[in-house]
Design a binder for this molecule. Structure first.
Ligand code: BES
Ligand code: ZN
Ligand code: ZN
Length: 502
């Protein structure tokens, strides 16, 4: 895991020296301390901004070396645009951007003054800013060995940040919670970034079971157990692999009462998806090491909930399989019997995620009678055709749950867009010789996949998030430089915090 920068919080009147970061609003409105520095420097700061035509626009930054102000070596002025537009997500992005500006200049130690002229900066905003910095500091270095020439290649930079703000005590507390969340996101990113040769089903299960340290009760079900249970659909996906499938159940009993019905989170964990006998083309196939992004998000979320000792009951269920072509692999046309008893005609072995989820959904509702259940899966290329890489697809049988997810997505920046479920699509997945077929005709592939999943859901509020476009390989963002995003951890953590806590 990444070394995190050390962040401390100090009162608004702390002395400033070395490298200092301040914020500027549009029309170059400077808050208190920054205006003070401008006066000390006899207007040097405003003059520099005028020369650079910098007006505090969001996304821009002004760098002043050796300003004539007190003990300051360097002043970085980060534009925020219109202050009243800064919501939670805005603060997170701003933190990421400020961190990136410091990192780009190889600055090791900095003080950041978080104040605005036209708006009080509360402790939640400061904590959100801090979260953005942490998220941006993530790097995946497991396979980068430090060498003699560049011993510090893997060190975090900046390593030490002092945040100067009005509410430094409350901000420090709020930040501690965000720290646990960032750890969860990093865990998800680590799992998604790791290649499949070192992260097979057994290794993934082991990593998930490390949550035991945090008080999460973990069960790792092996193939014999899965056969006993009757997970024929899931097992058929992994039958072509030399590495046996696993299902891991993670239970967090934050209420202290086992009888309280849990929230359930379910993840597709295909450690590598070659497509099987319906083999994928070579180009870009390496991305399919990330086909366990849903399961990774579930593990990251359970980590975040447990670290913060969130007072709810939650259960995470992940299906870990490897989709390989081999002499034992499933064939197109095979018919498998799922745990629900429904038979599935497998017309394309590459539509494997839905087979894994079918059994997990059935198992979870049967065993845990959850209050609601949400599954995450890198399920279809079709969702990327529909929504690109900005929004995840949201399918739900429950309007209230869907609205809550959409709102949590808006607030965290992990955005979701609702797509339809409709019995009219059912004819696409009706099979002539089995109960269901695993692919529809050409169009609406993300919808027919969701419609397939719904056949394994009974009367429980349920949502399916198709994260194929958002779990990895997005363009670089302010809060992530690595391939894996950890998408889903912050979204679901927010959903829980807003609607299910206390
Ligand atoms: N894992 C893939 C979906 C995927 C594609 C995720 C690209 C992330 C990026 C899934 O198992 C798959 O192969 N789906 C097929 C379904 C088709 C055969 C009906 C697809 O989307 O092409
Ligand atoms: Zn596939
Ligand atoms: Zn897949």
């Amino acid at each position: 895991m990444t070394n995190l920068p050390n962040v401390t919080f100090e009162p608004a009147d702390s002395s400033l020296e070395g490298t200092v970061v301040v914020l500027a609003e549009e029309k170059f409105v400077l808050p208190n301390r920054a205006a003070q520095l401008n006066r000390q420097s006899r207007g040097q700061i405003k003059r520099a901004a005028g020369i650079a035509d910098f007006k505090g626009e969001s996304g821009r930054c002004l760098d002043l070396l050796a300003p004539n102000a007190a003990k300051i070596d360097r002043l970085l002025i980060v534009g925020v645009g219109e202050a009243r537009r800064l919501d939670h997500d805005g603060w997170v992005l701003l933190g990421g951007r400020a961190y990136a500006e410091l990192a780009a200049r190889k600055i090791d130690v900095a003080s950041i003054v978080l104040e605005l002229k036209n708006r009080r900066v509360d402790s939640k905003s400061v904590a959100a800013f801090g979260l953005g910095m942490l998220l941006r500091s993530y790097r995946y270095t497991k396979f980068k060995k430090p060498n003699d020439r560049r011993p510090n290649k893997n060190a975090v930079r900046p390593a030490s940040i002092r945040i100067v703000c009005r509410t430094h005590r409350a901000a420090g507390k709020a930040f501690a919670a965000e720290h646990g969340l960032a750890d969860g996101v990093f865990l998800a990113r680590d799992l998604v970034n790791e290649p499949a040769n070192t992260l097979g089903p057994a290794e993934f299960a082991e990593r998930a079971c490390e949550l035991e340290k945090l008080g999460v009760v973990c069960e790792s079900l092996d193939e014999a157990a899965l056969e006993d249970i009757g997970m024929g659909a899931l097992l058929a996906v992994g039958q072509g692999s030399a590495r046996p499938s696993r299902v891991v159940v993670m239970r967090w009993t934050g209420t202290g009462r086992k009888r309280v019905r849990p929230l359930a989170f379910i993840g597709k964990g295909v450690v590598f998806d070659t497509g099987g006998i319906s083999l994928k083309p070579a180009k870009g196939m390496e991305d399919m090491k990330g086909d366990m992004g849903g399961a990774a998000a579930v593990v990251g979320l359970m980590h975040a909930l447990a670290v913060r000792r969130v007072p709810i009951n939650a259960v995470g269920v992940i299906g870990l399989v490897e989709k390989m072509p081999s002499a034992n692999a499933q064939r197109p046309g095979d018919i498998v019997t799922s745990l629900s008893g429904q038979t599935v005609e497998v017309l394309n072995t590459d539509a494997e995620g839905r087979l894994v989820l079918a059994d997990l959904l059935w198992y979870t509702q049967d065993r845990f009678k959850p209050k609601m259940m949400i599954n995450l899966a890198t399920l279809t290329g079709a969702i990327m055709v529909a929504l690109g890489q900005e929004y995840a697809g949201l399918f739900s049988n429950d309007d209230k749950l869907a609205d809550r997810l959409a709102k949590a997505g808006h607030d965290t920046g992990e955005k979701v867009w609702r797509m339809p479920l409709d019995p009219a699509y059912d004819k696409e997945i009706d099979s002539k010789i089995a109960d269901i077929r695993n692919i529809g005709a050409r169009w609406g592939g993300a919808i027919t996949a969701a419609q397939f999943l719904q056949r394994f859901v009974r009367d429980v509020p349920w949502a399916h998030l198709d994260v194929a476009g958002t779990a990895f390989a997005s363009k670089r963002s302010d809060i992530n430089e690595s391939w894996a995003s950890g998408f889903g951890v912050r979204l679901l953590d927010r959903l829980v915090a807003e609607h299910y806590q206390d």
